[in-house]
Design a protein around this ligand. Sequence first.
Ligand code: PMT
Length: 221
Amino acid sequence: SKEQPLVGKHVLITAGPTQESVDPVRFFTNHSSGKMGYAIARQAADLGASVTLVSGPVSLDTPPGVKRIDVVSAEDMYEAVLNEMESADVIIKAAAVADYRPKETYSSKMKKQEGPLTLQFERTKDILKEVGKRRREGQFIVGFAAETDEPVRYGQEKMERKRLDAIVVNDISAEGAGFKGDTNVVTYLNRNGKQEAYPLLTKDDVARRLLLSIATDLKGE
Ligand code: PMT
């Protein structure tokens, strides 16, 4: 019979980039395609979970059986995640959320001017940190960390600072890893000091291994 260790679990996943508007035609964003988060959603459903996917703007099909909530900005994602988190057993934050947004959003298209343009940016809300604060007993929270230097050390620090149960460290400087492609190279770290470095795998295989590790850690709690 098929292995379905996530039956009865509600898994909330975020995926994709966010878009932060300057005016009706322009926005700031990043290179996330959503592929990593969508692979996690697809595999979680396949492993028996009920899945909610909070997605930034991407051009991917919703995996079968997954409830998808579309958002645009970091602020939208913050609200959607806080609305949905109550019933979640596992929360996995694979989205690449903007850390800054334009301080002002203009309702009319900005006109060209002579000379350079200076824009001011302000910080967005840290969704993961808020989730860590509001977490209830028994919820298992997994962050992602996209790093280029000393990924494991920074990942560990992020896990502790944001009160996470586990973190997936994405060494985006490694060949075949990170944004856009169909493969990834990650290390899974958990609160108990487990450290699993996965080889280069497709994002679906990364997702599956990750969810199996999470299922094991859930049982151990
Ligand atoms: O979408 P793909 O093209 O497949 O690419 C996959 C990926 C590289 C985007 C993914 O694997 C990944 O690493 N996602 C996290 C990217 C990231 O933004 O890392 P970070 O170190 O900046 O953020 C750390 C964590 O905090 C993340 O879980 C992020 O969702 C969360 N965060 C960040 C900012 C913010 N305002 N709120 C947050 O919750």
